[in-house]
Design a protein around this ligand. Structure first.
Ligand SMILES: [Zn+2]
Length: 159
């Protein structure tokens, strides 16, 4: 099986189905939400919906550029302070995930490596590398996906 980072959303969906196929007995993992059509929300809409819409705008830019379909933004006090478009294929850089790009952009713009109090909005559940980067940056909270899932405070994944 290919690593999920090797492909686009369709590949990731395939990976999720593959994982779901590993279910034990009757405890099948549900494969939902990924197939749902996104609600049309314009960037600039107040609140979390508008902020996540901006992350999806970054995702759209990524696909327009021929990259993986992921985008993210870093937010401080309700304002976008960092934007990230996946650059894995076009840079090329295997670490240029949308979240990493957004964190780097925010650090550049704010002139600090400490993004305490900032929130990360990302179009897909962050991988361990990106969650770790958010942890080291001091990001306060992560939200992901169309449903704006609150993933809480970034944690260091267990090795
Ligand atoms: Zn990542």
């Amino acid at each position: 099986m290919r690593h999920p980072a090797d492909g686009n959303d369709a590949t990731r969906r395939g990976a999720l189905r593959w994982v779901a196929g590993l279910s034990v007995g009757a405890f099948a993992l549900p494969v939902v939400a990924q197939e749902r059509r996104p609600e049309i929300v314009q960037p600039g809409t107040p609140g979390r919906k508008g902020l996540m819409a901006r992350a999806f705008e970054m995702q759209r830019l990524a696909t327009e550029r021929g990259d993986q379909a992921f985008g993210a933004v870093v937010v401080r006090d309700g304002q976008v302070v960092g934007e990230g478009v996946s650059g894995v294929l076009t840079t090329p850089d295997p670490t240029a995930h949308g979240e990493i790009q957004a964190i780097r952009d925010a650090a550049r713009r704010l002139g600090t490596a400490r993004l305490a109090g900032c929130e990360l909005y990302t179009t897909f559940r962050p991988c361990p590398m990106c969650e770790t980067a958010a942890y080291w940056a001091g990001i306060a909270r992560i939200f992901h996906g169309e449903a704006i899932v609150d993933a809480g405070v970034p944690r260091l994944p267990r090795c």
